[in-house]
Ligand binder design. Sequence first.
Ligand code: PEP
Ligand code: MG
Length: 537
Amino acid sequence: MKTYSGKPVFNGIAIGQIQILKKEKKNVFRNHVEDVEQELLRMERAVAEANEQLQKLYGKALLEVGESGAAIFEVHQMMLADLDYQESIQNIIRTQQVNAEYAVAVTADNFADMFAMMDDAYMKERAADVRDISERLISVLTEEEKEEVSAKVPTIVVAEDLSPSETVQMDKSRVRSFVTRYGSSNSHTAILARTMNVPALIGLDYEEEIDGKKAIVDGFKGELIVEPDEAVLAEYEEKAAQEEAKRLLLQELKGKETVTLGGREIRLYANIGGISDLQSVMQNDAAGIGLFRSEFLYLEKDTYPTEDEQFKIYRSVAETMAGKKVIIRTLDIGADKQIGYFGLEKEENPAMGYRAIRICLKRIDVFKTQLRALYRASAYGNIGIMFPMIISVNEVKRIKEIVEEVKKELTADGIAYGDVELGIMIETPAAVMISGELAEEVDFFSIGTNDLTQYTLAIDRQNAKLDDIYDAHHPAVLRMIQMVIENGHKGGAWVGICGELGADLTLTDTFVEMGIDELSVSPSCVLPIRKKIREHE
Ligand code: PEP
Ligand code: MG
């Protein structure tokens, strides 16, 4: 028995057989070709074939994980069609009189190095994508199948990292967990694990010899236990059975109200990043959406999403939720969420820098495009809009002026829109201290405890070294929440929490006693919180 440690990105217990997804780089040889034109034709056919494969993967991903998860294959198609990329390959074939496989491999290295060196997190990630499409092209050229996970027994997939094409091609019915050496909490691995509701670990330093062995993934402790002895296996089988029983028990709470024993109703909503999370929202019976992180629409694209593109997505969410509240947060980029095409400069202190509403109030064009899309979608459901990183009453007044302009323009264009509740996120100590004045301006507050904790304790939420002192239970944070609820209510605004703390079961009673009106949490946390609230005296 050997135990490896990693970082859990989704909890749960899994027992299965390890399958290491090997990504041995194919040996690509440099061969001289006589007939260059023939080689170029071979290349052209391979591009067409790879494009067709990507189109199929897009369709498959669309059904399995929704539009936001599938979008990566559109990006791959675009990268495949990129003229610079293709010209580089053709040029190498022509000038060096070499085989297409070799030209693709050299181009992949050059382009991936170029992306990796860029000073921009989004562009850096494209290095993995250019390698992914190049490997696909080489596989087509050599007529080899890419290794796929086609697990026949319950399987723990272990890999260096997982590319979107690998995750989509998997036979997911057998996959019980993902474990990767690299990847972050927001990597494809983590997103897929959350969607599939299976435990996942990242940052785990494994050895090749674990391949094929029986193992346990403890997604609570962040451990991979390989070849567990009988006592440990029995203990985990029991734990897994308890988890399953808990899950089934919680299912009985579906359709029930979220009311305390004293009869007070708390609105229990879910946080989403895109349409693909809606299935989970339904499965867990959330009463609405309390935070739609709209920046994911921007992060998934390599240029600004148009008004129409955004409108279709917001409308689809509003329609799917069928009259239930859908609160969409306007673009919150900067800091940890960088988008290349915004051309933001590198900053010394990005968390305190040019981000979120600060960008929107400077880039009125971008802001108005989003607001138009949101207001148009409001005709199709019950939409609320909230604004991130507020620090002053003036900001809110300016936002409301822009909102009025957008509404006037829509009316002039003969476009219908509905009643929209307007709220702000309370994520800064400044907003807490002036919450009395702010409440006069808006319909609701949503407390973003992730950022509020970071700014209150002066601890970078991204800094792993400070994880142990990033204490969202700090009395300063809890008193601020209490203050915001009281001030909000005095000024006629309802108050919710959409940061991670909202899902902390040890604080549910405290929040209810403080007078919270709404909690918005990850879909999988909805039913446990409903249970807790229904038991509240
Ligand atoms: C928060 O800060 O608590 C929040 C919900 O926003 P995000 O985590 O997206 O910054
Ligand atoms: Mg935040």
